[in-house]
Design a protein around this ligand. Sequence first.
Ligand SMILES: [Zn+2]
Length: 359
Amino acid sequence: MTAKHRRETAYIEGMRPQDILIPAPAGLCCKPGGFHIDPVRPVERAVITHGHSDHARPGHGAVLATQETLDMMRLRYGDNFASTTQAVRYGEEIRLGDVTIKFHPAGHVLGSAQIAVTCKDTCIVASGDYKDAVDPTCTPFEVVPCDVFITEATFGLPVFRHGDAADEVKKLLASVALFPERAHLVGAYSLGKAQRVIALLRQESYDAPIYLHGAMEEITYYYQSRGITLGELRPVKGVKKADLAGTIALAPPSATSDIWTRRFPDPVTAFASGWMRVRARARQRGVELPLVISDHADWDGLTATIAATGAGEVWVTHGQEDALVHWCKSRGLAARPLDLVGYGDEEEHEVVAANEAEA
Ligand SMILES: [Zn+2]
């Protein structure tokens, strides 16, 4: 049965995709399953795609997520972040009300998952945040054939092409070699990006200790506890300024522009983000060394993934929806923006964390 045929059959049976999943104020709601996906307000039962704070919030009744996502929520919010929790493995099928759900790797950060929701013969995949690029710190993205694919659109414009992250890390190492008397301070999101940059540095045979801002110590050590090889890591705190010459340190993006940087000798400020493709953004932030490294799919990744799922219908959310909706329609796919609020740049959610961790 083709996806198109399945959709038509589902329609005849009275089960349209929007009867299975629908945008609600609390987030994407599955009425026949009795749960929300990545709810932004407290709900009875939440199914959570990954640990970033705009997707994983505290205060729900029951939370279903991968073990890693549950652990990350526990680290950030404490033991009582939900009434009950259930760890779900990739590939495991779970019955909830009238639907079954199945988690598949999203390749975004450690433990990140796409959620496939199947009701009768209709399968909808809520992919959360995802990327199809290689990342040594998490399970690779998996294409899940479906009738309706829900895609993010953080970098949903043709101008966004991320290139090879390894080349960006080589740029960083070239700068370290060029300025041995200066420290290199790399702004990176605490969850995912920082660990990926470290792993990429190790892949380029950089084996010196890498220094961490206090706000990223715990989550980075957690990655190590899950078997991700990151080499020798040291806290920045307590290290003499002179001893930081020639070193690489990672910090949340907000810390790289504040008083905290005074503890480094003449720091070169770098920032690892997909937004660094936009020169004006780098300039505006005072970034000397922009590194185009993203944990979100770029334009080519988004369009290739949509095509690969075989979905006849695409729902586009958080980001630059219009161009992607247009692209889908021009290829004969049904497509619409999904009006969900409360998701966005991880960076905005990091400011508080960084300020709390280390003055
Ligand atoms: Zn995310």
